[in-house]
Design a protein around this ligand. Structure first.
Ligand code: 13P
Length: 262
């Protein structure tokens, strides 16, 4: 299928949830399922406090570790912040950048997203750059325009070589934590647009290999038809990633759809 070269990419954003025992148990369930997830890229994104615990649990497996946020300076007097080199040191391979909750509740802008994405890349982390429109923008017919702004500013001066390491996650804000998933058609329209923007800026090779995730109320019951869409390469899962059963259920459904494409 054009534009899809890899197995499903499934990331669980645990947000501000789970103590150390729960984190260990959940990570263990995912690691135990590894033999059936071989074709998936699986990433667990716990809160900072559980990074070390989850790192220890996934060590030696193919399950990767990610963080939910970072600051763009490497070190210094920035109370409460964590840098990209610190995340590397803590065993992270991935980091979320510009999640809509950070944009809406913590004042992140496309400018800070850009600084964070570049800091992540410089440190050798893969930034998962989140974009998405709010309901008012969708209702006003401004979805694609808003996505374009977020991509243009958020990825400003990121080189083609670096862009090949970036994962983009489309998360319509009105679908996050609401139980209201974008329909496969709605998600595909935006995901195809994102790939098209990457194609225009970086060329066919980069666009065809780009990993573009969908996020927003993904569950086992809706992941199969979403993954069947051409430009949905996997999922950034919130609520449903807090249970092994539902997170692994999503991965299995994506693998089922992926298997049918071969
Ligand atoms: P939900 O899956 O809970 O809607 O959250 C999506 C999300 O924000 C993942 O980053």
């Amino acid at each position: 299928m054009a534009g899809r070269r890899r197995g499903p990419f499934i990331a669980g954003n645990w947000k501000m949830n789970l103590g150390l025992h729960e984190a260990r148990d959940l990570a263990r369930k995912v690691v135990d399922a590894e033999p059936e997830l071989r074709e998936c890229t699986t990433v667990l994104i716990p809160p900072f406090t559980a990074l070390e615990t989850v790192r220890g649990t996934v060590a030696g497996s193919a399950v990767a570790l990610g963080a939910q946020n970072l600051y763009w300076e490497d070190a210094g007097a920035f109370t409460g912040e964590v840098s990209a080199p610190m995340l590397r040191d803590a065993g992270c391979a991935y980091v979320l950048v510009g999640h809509s909750e950070r944009r809406q509740l913590f004042g992140e802008t496309d400018g800070t997203v850009n600084r964070k994405a570049k800091a992540a890349l410089k440190a050798g982390l893969v930034p998962i750059v989140c974009v998405g429109e709010v309901l008012a923008e969708r209702d006003a017919g401004r979805t694609l325009e808003r996505i374009d702004e977020q991509l243009a500013r958020g990825l400003e001066s990121v080189s083609g070589q670096d862009l090949e390491r970036v994962v983009v996650a489309y998360e319509p804000v009105w679908a996050i934590g609401t139980g209201r998933t974008a329909s496969p058609g709605q998600a595909q329209e935006v995901q195809a647009h994102i790939r098209d923007r990457i194609r225009k800026s970086y060329g066919n090779g980069t666009a065809d290999c780009a990993i573009i995730l969908y996020g927003g109320s993904v569950k086992p019951a809706n992941s199969y038809p979403l993954f069947k869409e051409n430009d949905i390469d996997g999922f950034l899962v919130g609520g449903a990633s807090l249970s092994g059963l539902s997170f692994l259920g999503i991965a299995r459904e994506a693998l089922r759809a992926y298997g049918e494409e071969k």
